[in-house]
Design a protein. Structure first.
Length: 94
């Protein structure tokens, strides 16, 4: 898995990139200090290809994943879609 660090002044973060991530995601999360509750955010194109496999893998590994899918495309890069995602996160108790 490749890690790209985003070095922000206060809240830097990592982006993880890998092929077949839906197959390795469970070990990644199991070896991290994350909650067992997960929100999987996907666009409608990726959702069709990988969402079911990813959710199944997470469930088998003891996670409680929830999927939210947003429409693919530039129009989804908006404050209204971000607001919907924040609402979903709050409702999921994350």
């Amino acid at each position: 898995m490749k890690t790209v660090q985003v070095p922000l002044k206060d809240n830097g973060y990592n982006i993880y990139i890998d092929n077949d991530l839906h197959e390795t995601i469970t070990s990644f999360f199991a070896n991290s200090n994350f909650s067992r509750t997960a929100l999987v955010v996907s666009d409608s194109n990726v959702d069709k290809l990988y969402a079911a496999q990813t959710l199944t893998a997470l469930k088998k590994a003891g996670f409680a994943p929830q999927l939210t899918s947003i429409p693919a495309g530039e129009k989804s890069k908006s404050f209204s879609v971000a607001q919907e995602l924040y609402t979903t996160v709050i409702q999921a108790g994350l």
